[in-house]
Write a protein that binds this ligand. Structure first.
Ligand code: PHE
Length: 342
């Protein structure tokens, strides 16, 4: 009996096997327990002989069981430590970090520069009413610039005669929303997406603009000029800039000017502030009285200037990015090359 059970215990490979052996040997109906029960039927002499032996056997089996149990637990722990072992000295796997898109980067830069001059950020919807995008900006239904802008019109149900909503063709409708929402005086910029049906190396059907609007008691072209010079200096990180205001026409400003900056191209890289070239960067002007009125502001008491600039365009210029279309291709190689580290 002793050899049988000590042998079984030594051979047990897990705790549940060991428990089976315990029940079989010293459990209530175990082999050793039954033998002990038979002691009652024995003569006193026989009992004196067999009793201590059986007790010793029971003790021996019990201690073999607990020793084995401990050994099995140790082995299980060793196994777990082996399986979960980790070499902390191994070099880590390289992690691919995303980059900040040039449009986001430049939007941040522009916002920060104008924030320093007291401009806050205003927003408007990309699906805009015909009124905000055109009429309120003094662009009547039959005006040529509606056609020039290659507008995307939203579909209206048949029989619905209301003018359709449009995908905003510029950020200028945010001028109207800001004036109606805040009243005068105000100073805002409005960066965002705009849409025109156009596609080539410098045009995509969706692109980005930033609008600027300042309304106060006696705002003049001089304020506009200073703010834009300050901006160009800060954005292109040069001390000397020269701006050229070219007379132009926008229905929502009077007078209107397109603004060029003096520059040169050296080996494809733009240098701002020197050279004999002029680079157009934005449209601007004094806010038309009708536009102030549409914004709920009295043109006899307030004046304002406004400007609109292409974000993608100034990103291409500053960072030497040749093709606008690649901005919106989501090509990871392009994003890694032209993107910015956080
Ligand atoms: N909205 C004009 C455009 O998209 C730019 C502009 C804005 C011009 C504000 C004058 C004043 O071209």
């Amino acid at each position: 009996l002793r050899d049988k059970y000590l042998g079984l215990i030594a051979g047990a490979s897990d705790e549940s096997g060991l428990e089976d052996i315990r029940v079989q040997a010293v459990g209530k109906k175990g082999e050793v327990s039954l033998k002990m029960r038979e002691l009652g039927k024995m003569t006193p002499d026989e009992r004196k002989e067999a009793g201590p032996k059986l007790n010793a056997l029971k003790d021996e089996i019990n201690s073999a069981l607990s020793a084995k149990k401990e050994a099995l637990a140790d082995a299980a722990l060793d196994e777990r430590l082996r399986a979960e072992w980790l070499d902390v000295t191994l070099p880590s796997r390289p992690r691919r970090q995303g980059t900040i898109h040039p449009v986001s980067q430049v939007t941040e830069e522009v916002t920060a520069i104008f924030a320093d001059m007291g401009f806050t950020v205003a927003e408007g919807p990309q699906i805009e009413t015909d009124w905000h995008n055109f009429d309120a900006l003094n662009i009547p239904w039959h005006h040529s610039s509606r056609e020039e802008m290659d507008t995307f019109y939203m579909h209206r149900a048949e029989g619905d005669e209301r003018p359709p909503h449009v995908l905003r063709t510029h950020t200028s409708p945010v001028q109207i929303r800001a004036m109606l929402g805040q009243g005068a005086p105000l100073r805002v910029i409005a960066p965002g997406r705009v849409y025109r049906a156009d596609y080539d190396q410098t045009h995509t059907p969706m692109f980005h603009q930033v609008e600027g609007l300042a309304v106060d008691r006696d705002i003049s072209m001089a304020n506009l000029k200073w703010v834009l010079e300050e901006f160009v200096r800060a954005y292109f990180e040069v001390d000397d800039v020269e701006l050229r205001f070219r007379a132009s026409h926008f229905p929502f400003t009077e007078p209107s000017a397109e603004v060029d900056i003096r520059c040169s191209w050296e080996g494809g890289q733009l240098k701002v502030g020197e050279g004999d070239d002029w680079l157009e960067i934005l449209g601007s002007g004094m806010v038309h009285p009708k536009v102030l009125q549409a914004g709920g502001i009295d043109p006899d008491q307030w004046q304002g200037f406004a400007f609109g600039m292409g974000i993608d365009r100034i990103a291409m210029l500053k960072y030497g990015i040749p093709d606008l279309r690649a901005f919106f291709d989501s090509d990871l190689r392009w994003l890694r090359h032209y993107g910015f580290r956080a």
